[in-house]
Design a protein around this ligand. Structure first.
Ligand SMILES: NC(=O)c1ccc[n+]([C@@H]2O[C@H](COP(=O)([O-])OP(=O)(O)OC[C@H]3O[C@@H](n4cnc5c(N)ncnc54)[C@H](O)[C@@H]3O)[C@@H](O)[C@H]2O)c1
Length: 419
């Protein structure tokens, strides 16, 4: 029987607490033995749920790394610009590392993490959860079988969702590049990595356009207030981005108290939410925030054998799942992250594969089961000392991050960037 892997949660925010839940569901495989988190409420919650000894509860990652190695692995789930220092320190102490994506906001910082991990010889997985979905596994098998021949081009849509954009990228933690990272890195490094994985070849050049088209002061309706609760036009019927609509009408009133509502206040109820919308950053008008990340972006990619891919990230949709079309020499695939439809040129026949995974509404079922799939593989990799279970090797992870940095350079400079 495999050993029980022990892990420390560094940053017990939404993601960190979610990954920790794997240990509650599989106590025979994973035990959370330490937590580093400045927020008392979340640190205490994780400590209580996992019965962590008080001496293993830290207010910051650097208090944790001052101690000698106390477990097998760490899950580093701090914000984007706070990944590099704990990752390098934890590698130096010999911890196997699960690192939230993106690795870091600059190519140099990503390269420093890679160098530290390679020097330490520890296992390292970046949370590119899309690679771990059942859907991706089946899609890769179909492609590898040669059913559609060689891939020549891919068209991929990431529909962020109008309310998700407003929540995370206009009002929330990833709205401002200087405070977190640019949009393509924060939101779509997943997708670029996934496309690289599906294509299975090196990318040689990228080109991108993208703008902040809508969520800016010039789009603010006449007479709108800076806060939704004071706004005459922010009644639900007039503004799809109204905070009252997104958090109260569409969620709390329907009994939803989990993400994104619990990002505003822990254990939300009407009274706490009302106060948060009145005083906090999530009650601001989407046209009166300090956001600067793009709300739409396209990326074109050229691969080493002449095949191409295009990706569109846009806020303006219902967040109804990523959609991809894959064009091969013998057929085409049309997918919505759940159902895969394959059409064959030879006889015009169609085959449909339903890859739907059970969804219990918890964070580990997030991203089509990819969150749970990632934890499953990482924990097994550590238990059995088998890095092959980590589907995004360190070099390929760095490569897909470098594609993202090159695409962003292209967007800013209006050039084609060679890799
Ligand atoms: N893989 C995915 O699909 C996915 C999805 C969403 C977010 N993310 C990434 O996951 C990371 C975390 O996102 P989140 O939504 O959980 O954010 P979050 O803000 O909820 O969590 C971050 C936590 O880090 C804590 N923290 C701050 N300073 C700290 C310190 N010195 N030491 C330890 N902890 C500290 C914060 O208090 C907070 O609780 C981000 O990098 C984000 O981009 C990945």
């Amino acid at each position: 029987m495999s050993k029980v892997v022990t892990i420390a949660i560094i940053g017990a925010g939404a993601r960190g607490r979610g990954y920790a839940r794997f240990a509650l569901a599989h106590p025979e495989r994973l035990k959370v033995v330490a937590v580093a988190e400045p927020n008392d409420y979340y640190r205490n919650q994780v400590a209580e749920q996992h019965q962590i000894a008080p001496e293993n509860c830290f207010k910051s990652w650097d208090e944790f790394t001052q101690k000698a190695r106390m477990c097998d692995a760490v899950a580093i789930c701090t914000q984007d610009s706070m990944h590099e220092a704990p990752a390098i320190a934890c590698a130096g102490l010999g911890y196997h590392i699960l690192l939230e994506k993106p690795m870091a906001p600059t190519p140099e910082a990503c390269q420093r993490i890679v160098a530290a991990v390679k020097k330490a010889g520890v296992m390292f997985a970046v949370c590119h959860v899309l690679r771990y979905t059942r859907y991706t596994e089946i899609l890769r098998q179909i492609i590898a079988s040669g059913e559609i021949g060689e891939i020549v081009s891919i068209q991929h849509l990431e529909p962020v969702g109008y309310w998700h954009q407003a929540h995370s990228f206009v009002r929330g933690l990833w709205r401002n590049e200087a405070e977190s990272s640019f949009m393509l890195l924060a939101k779509s490094c997943h997708d670029v990595d996934w496309l690289r994985g599906i294509m299975g070849k090196k990318c040689t050049a990228v080109h991108s356009f993208g703008t902040l088209r809508h969520f800016k002061a010039s789009e603010k309706p006449a007479g709108a207030a800076d806060r939704c609760c004071d706004c005459p036009v922010s009644v639900e019927s007039n503004c799809p981005y109204s905070a009252n609509k997104i958090y109260f009408r569409d969620r709390l009133c329907k009994g939803t108290t989990v993400w994104p509502v619990n990002v505003l206040v822990p254990d939300p109820n009407a009274e706490k939410l009302e106060k948060a919308l009145k005083e906090g950053s999530y009650g601001r008008c989407v046209y009166a925030c300090d956001n600067d990340v793009v709300d739409n972006q396209v990326v074109n990619m050229l691969f080493e054998d002449g095949s191409t891919a295009s990706m569109t990230m846009t806020a303006f949709n219902f967040n109804s799942g990523r959609k991809t079309r894959i064009f091969g020499t013998r057929g085409e695939i049309d997918t919505d992250s759940s159902t895969i439809t394959i059409r064959h040129f030879l006889d015009d026949s169609t085959r449909v594969v339903d890859t739907e995974t059970a969804n219990d509404g918890g964070i580990l079922s997030g991203h089509g089961g990819g969150d749970g799939g990632l934890m499953n593989n990482f924990v097994q990799a550590v238990a059995e000392n088998d890095p092959s279970l980590i589907l995004t090797g360190i070099d390929e992870t760095l490569e897909s991050h470098l594609m993202v940095f090159a695409a962003e350079k292209s967007r800013r400079e209006g050039t084609v960037c060679k890799l």
